[in-house]
Design a binder for this molecule. Structure first.
Ligand SMILES: C[C@H](O)[C@H](O)[C@H]1CNC2=NC(N)=NC(=O)C2=N1
Length: 91
């Protein structure tokens, strides 16, 4: 289980996940990001939990099989940090 989490992320109240809120220019930008994230999640077989409200995504990362935060969640957090662009233009 991981103690040191990426600085843009916060620990969930129950301690079993890390969370970050991303705010985009609009819904289309947020949904475009989610589409990219879905492809990546399938590629690495690790799937984020999220809530979508217009231009905002609340993302939660945990490893269900381990019951907490693992290096797979930290790797996913770094991928999200790297790809996040509020305007929706993703390299
Ligand atoms: C069978 C499959 O590999 C597992 O269910 C994977 C899929 N995606 C997953 N995603 C996440 N976030 N945690 C898991 O434990 C997990 N397990």
């Amino acid at each position: 289980m991981i103690d040191d989490i990426p600085s843009n992320w916060r620990r969930s109240v129950d301690g079993t996940a890390i969370e970050r809120t991303l705010t985009f220019a609009d819904f289309k930008a947020a949904f475009g990001f989610l589409t990219k994230l879905a492809d990546h999640a399938e590629a690495v077989d690790h799937h984020p939990e999220f809530t979508s409200v217009w231009n905002r995504l609340d993302i939660r990362l945990t490893s269900h099989d381990a019951g907490g935060v693992t290096d797979r969640d930290v790797a996913m957090a770094h991928w999200i940090d790297e790809k996040f662009n509020p305007s929706g233009v993703h390299a």
